[in-house]
Write a protein that binds this ligand. Structure first.
Ligand SMILES: [Fe+2]
Ligand SMILES: [Fe+2]
Length: 406
């Protein structure tokens, strides 16, 4: 019981670290200091069909740049070439990606500047920005079964709303700039939520929309899938002679997930989310090691991170009903994560040295596979989801607190 409480405290600590604004600023990470608009973060978005295909190095403009802060220096650079022959808008024609629906128009182009810590200043300047339609390859969420059972649905092309940017990236060293200019089409990423214990054989199509309703509908599917996962866990624990207390907790978690599913379906429906069909598979009892690897991945890491994220949502969601729902869900998810760790400890106790290594590796691998996707500012705020940079800090804190660093 002692270890269970300390695991829960570790996950709470990671969430409170983020909620208290203690996330350190990494000097090599761009700090969003955009003045007029927030350009999409290239690290979390998918670049689709860039035209031209790669950034083209451009002759360096003959301006000397100075400024008190990186942002000032980048602004001085931009002001220095605005409207001159070095202005990228003079040379770059629009990519043939679809009809423009909004232009950046007049006013100052969005920019952000940051220092790399080794004396360089980096700038990203968005000279033009417009909505376009684009085709992207969509990969359904799928947890494959061993052998040829329930093969994953094939990826398919989908039409999505995307953003075309004329983007200049500048490096300033000793006041002298060099740059690349590219025209790119950027599409929203496929959402992969970290909120549940995903069973083998789970497959469903993530909606292409990332509206609050559709994101909640996706979360509801993951909660429903967790019911199936806990049902299997309870059967497997019983079959392998686990203490009755662990079996009972798995059954109790199943009941929690049924409630979470109902809550999220109701919230999703009320916000226009569409019901998402999903596929479940027959899940027989597996050998202990297979059960342990899935428990490490989906329970010790995924549910723990889901619990930490839910704690953040319970504080930050601007929608009060969502806030209230996640306050309850977060407490249950903390218990589920603690259960996963207690199952892990029980399996490790009787494992061979090789099996212990495998189980430990599964934990570490799982922390590297957590994805940090972004449904966009509006949905993020309504649902209280951390942005990708904050999500990475949350994970790093959780990894450190749980002693998972490889
Ligand atoms: Fe849940
Ligand atoms: Fe859960």
């Amino acid at each position: 019981m002692e270890s269970m409480r300390s695991r829960i405290d570790s996950i709470r600590y990671a969430a409170s670290f983020v909620l208290a604004g203690c996330a350190p600023t990494n000097p090599t990470t761009p700090v969003d200091t955009t003045r007029t608009a927030t350009p999409p973060d290239p690290s979390v978005l998918v670049v689709v069909d860039p035209e031209p295909p790669a950034p083209v190095p451009q002759p360096a403009p003959t301006v000397t740049v100075s400024g008190e802060t990186p942002q000032d220096a980048c602004q001085a650079y931009r002001d220095g070439i605005d409207g001159t022959p070095d202005d990228p808008r003079q040379h770059h024609v629009a990519a043939p990606s679809g009809p423009a629906q909004e232009g950046h128009g007049g006013g100052e182009p969005p920019l952000r500047g940051w220092a790399t810590g080794d004396g360089k200043i980096m700038c990203t300047i968005i000279w033009e920005q417009k909505s376009v339609t684009a085709m992207v390859m969509h990969h359904p969420t799928c947890c494959p079964m061993p052998g040829k059972q329930h093969p994953c649905p094939q990826p398919s092309q989908r039409q999505v709303q995307a953003t075309e940017l004329l983007r200049e990236q500048v490096t300033i060293v000793d006041g002298r700039p060099s740059r690349t200019v590219e025209r790119v089409v950027i599409a929203p990423p496929q959402m992969r939520h970290n909120c549940g214990r995903r069973p083998q054989g789970l497959a469903f199509e993530t909606p292409s929309s990332s509206s609050p309703g559709d994101v909640l509908a996706t979360m509801a599917v993951l909660e429903a899938a967790s019911v199936v996962a806990f049902d299997r866990l309870a059967r497997e624990l019983e079959a392998h002679g686990a203490p009755g207390e662990l079996v009972a907790r798995a059954r109790s978690a199943m009941a929690d997930e049924i409630r979470h599913t109902r809550t999220l379906r109701r919230l999703a429906r009320a916000r226009g989310g569409r019901a998402i069909p999903w596929r479940r598979a027959e899940l027989p009892v597996r050998p202990r090691l297979e059960l342990g690897i899935e428990n490490a991945t989906e329970g010790c890491v995924s549910e723990a991170f889901g619990a930490a994220t839910a704690l953040v949502q319970a504080e930050r969601a601007t929608d009060p009903e969502v806030r209230a729902a996640f306050a309850v869900i977060a407490e249950d998810e903390l218990e589920h994560a603690a259960l996963a760790w207690d199952v892990h400890a029980w399996l490790v106790e009787t494992a061979t040295p090789d099996e212990r290594d495998t189980l430990h590796r599964a934990l570490c691998d799982a922390t590297r596979r957590v994805e940090h996707t972004d449904p966009g500012r509006v949905t993020r705020e309504v649902l209280g989801l951390p942005d990708p940079a904050t999500s990475r800090v949350l994970l790093a804190q959780m990894v450190e607190q749980l002693g998972l660093a490889a």
